[in-house]
Design a protein around this ligand. Sequence first.
Ligand SMILES: [Zn+2]
Length: 502
Amino acid sequence: MVWKYVCVLALAAMLLLAFSTVSRSKVPRIKEPPGASQIPSQFTEEERVAMKEALQGAIQIPTVSFSAEESNTTALAEFGEYIQKVFPTVFNTSFIQHEVVGEYSYLFTVQGSDPTLQPYMLMAHFDVVPPGEGWEVPPFSGLERDGFIYGRGTLDNKNSVMAILQALKLLLIRNYIPRRSFFIVLGHDEEITGKNGAQKISALLQARGVQLAFIVDECGFILDGFIPNLEKPFAQISVSEKGGINLMMEVNMTPGHSSAPPEETSIGILAAAVSRLEQTPMPNMFGEGPLKITLEHLANEFPFPINIVLGNLWLFQPLISRLMERNYIMNALVRTTTALTMFNAGVKVNVIPQQAQATVNFRIHPAQTVQEVLELIKNIVADDRVQYHVLNAFDPLPISPSDDQALGYQLLRRTIQSVFPEINIVVPGICIANTDSRHFVNLSAGIYQFNPVYLQPQSFSSIHGINEKISVQAYETQVKFIFEFIQNADIDRMPVSHWHEL
Ligand SMILES: [Zn+2]
């Protein structure tokens, strides 16, 4: 079937070639020199060893969020003590205040020398999901093997927690004083909604009247090998994040003995309902949201004829949107996804239970809302016997600006250019996971998500999967990135740029 589409694509591309336009004008190729950091991002051998060991130590603390009710609080407390021990400079500098919020999360306020510059925020979280079975090395060993540090949290997201503190420490011992103030938020319950950490910190900052120039959180990566036919890795800065609904569905029927069963049971009715949801995908929203812009930016990097097709989405949009559905990661970018995650019913082999319950997790496309998706769900299920209980729900994040005056986006882009000179494509994208940054929409119109780390499909599945790891080199580069980023953020505003004129 795929071949059929490829042939159609090729044929259409040939026909178009005579009059088509290869989208050149919008490609944000980076031209201007990077903003030179005042303090060079060069670290001694001793510092490099220390930063690696600091990360290994952080991985060894099993800060697991098991469920909304259960966390390893001993480990969370231990983690707080650990960062104070490893980064005394950060905790003892006069212009940095730290507060513990919601018992375990950390808020740092780094006072800049120029109060006229609007502050920004760096975010990360140090809780992790349970490791699961089947690891090559113990998941909380932080073991180094073949140049990689293994362990739960090496990509999601202790790497960022430690790299932020590490970069700040290295700047401080080089006598750096920032011009622009910034906050650092280190959440302890991101994996279980962030309601005790990030959400409380957000409330605290709102009560203090804080408004932020921009926020940088986890999620975007340098994506390598995710898109078929696109050989070059590219940096994706997420400018929006999918929303979500955890929906519990319930059916109650008269209980009975299995020797004389009724025509329909609670289990059968609910199973049919969730099956209809699974078999009926939510509508394909390709063309709405940042994905179309992303593809237009990438068009020139594809070989012929895909470059022509992507450069002319006005014509090929229906075809591309259907092709994207076929890949499970791409599919998550074009629609609200439906995942059946829990099903509970029955206690005894010969008893027909009264009640059946199922939980379904929806990740909402940026062009839809919670209300719209709930309506769709009810229409698809179309059975009044099914009751709905929204366990929690939130709308997608608004789309943050990525134009040439968008300070946060452009600072990320510049730092990418400096630290990853081999990367010449930076595109806005959507985060398909959920992060703590959604608690901060009232504080800033510019929420960006970027982890300065290469990600391959295999490492993507290790996040919340098994054998999560980061190379020592990649971690050092992440520290270097934040070290430069903090200095780059001291700029007053983005100079008028002409990169879009290429
Ligand atoms: Zn995470």
